[in-house]
Design a protein around this ligand. Structure first.
Ligand code: CO8
Length: 257
């Protein structure tokens, strides 16, 4: 399958999705949304695939939602058409998606990166919510996910001033899990994705689901949810295999059952 605005490559059990609108610094328009959702849902449905990496170029992961597409829209177009609500489907993907961010991740670009399960940053990465400078606000979850990721003080300052955070600050603040040399970012992200894709598939889904539950529940509800899933995973063949493999000092061979 080929797309207009993204490139999709299968590397063994890993799907690499590259935003590909270099002329607009990968600004996210409706076509990108349609392409991305199609590619991620196909990845999620493909049993041969275990983890995805979403990346952009060395200059820009994505410089935001496409300002030219939005500039003439009014309330009826945005609210009536539920503009960009389809991006919620990125977070409905059940297998892990890693964002590999080099260069600008601004506005919708930062929001898209935060929809992924974790962010690996190139040394040149820059994160920001500059919507205020356009007279608007974040609209794809930025005010909520940034506040949860880095706390109120930094999130509020970034949303109110449009100031960008560099990779070092983003790592200190907990927005990104690791910083990598920009030239090695995608290969390193693919290695991390391959590692995840080599784990027991049901355990991967369960781990993702329970960490995400931490952002939706109270502590007691989250712990109860974790315990139920932990108990449930003992009904899988892969739990028997994983523990037997440890005892027998050999790698586990997973069935996804
Ligand atoms: N939209 C459309 N085109 C863009 C965007 C964008 N967000 N960003 C860059 N471009 C285009 C430029 O217009 C330019 O095109 P052209 O050559 O045709 O003029 C090309 O990309 C290259 O950009 P620059 O020449 O500006 O490159 P620089 O290296 O000088 O600057 C910057 C790079 C600093 C990243 C600069 O391009 C910039 O500030 N971009 C805009 C950043 C921004 O404001 N992003 C937020 C957008 S609003 C948003 O994301 C809201 C999300 C919520 C939507 C939810 C809906 C429900």
């Amino acid at each position: 399958m080929t797309y207009e605005t993204i490139l999709v490559e299968r590397r063994g059990p890993v799907t690499l999705v590259t935003l590909n609108r270099p002329q607009a610094l990968n600004a996210l328009n409706s076509q990108v949304l349609a392409d991305l959702i199609h590619a991620l849902e196909a990845f999620d449905a493909d049993e041969s695939q275990g983890c995805a990496v979403l990346t952009g170029s060395e200059k820009a992961f994505a410089a935001g939602a496409d300002i030219k597409e939005m500039s003439t829209k009014g309330f009826a177009d945005m609210y009536g058409g539920n503009f960009f609500a389809g991006y919620d489907r990125v977070t409905a993907v059940r297998k892990p998606v890693i964002a590999a961010v080099a260069g600008y991740a601004l506005g919708g670009g930062c929001e898209l990166a935060m929809m992924c399960d974790f962010i690996l940053a190139g040394e040149n990465a820059k994160f920001g919510q500059p919507e205020i400078k356009l007279g608007v606000t974040p609209g794809m979850g930025g005010s909520q996910r940034l506040a949860r990721a880095v706390g109120k003080a930094k999130a509020m300052e970034m949303c109110l001033t449009g100031r960008m955070m560099d990779a070092a600050e983003a790592e200190r603040a907990g927005l990104v899990s690791r910083i990598l040399p920009t030239a090695e970012l995608v290969e390193e992200a693919l290695k991390t994705a391959e590692l995840i894709a080599g784990m027991a598939p049901l355990a991967v889904k369960a781990n993702k689901e329970m960490v995400n539950a931490a952002f939706e529940t109270t502590l007691a509800q989250g712990i109860a949810f974790e315990r139920r899933l932990f108990h449930a995973i003992f009904g899988t063949e892969d739990q028997k295999e994983g523990m037997a493999a440890f005892v027998e000092k050999r790698p586990g061979v997973w069935k996804g059952r």
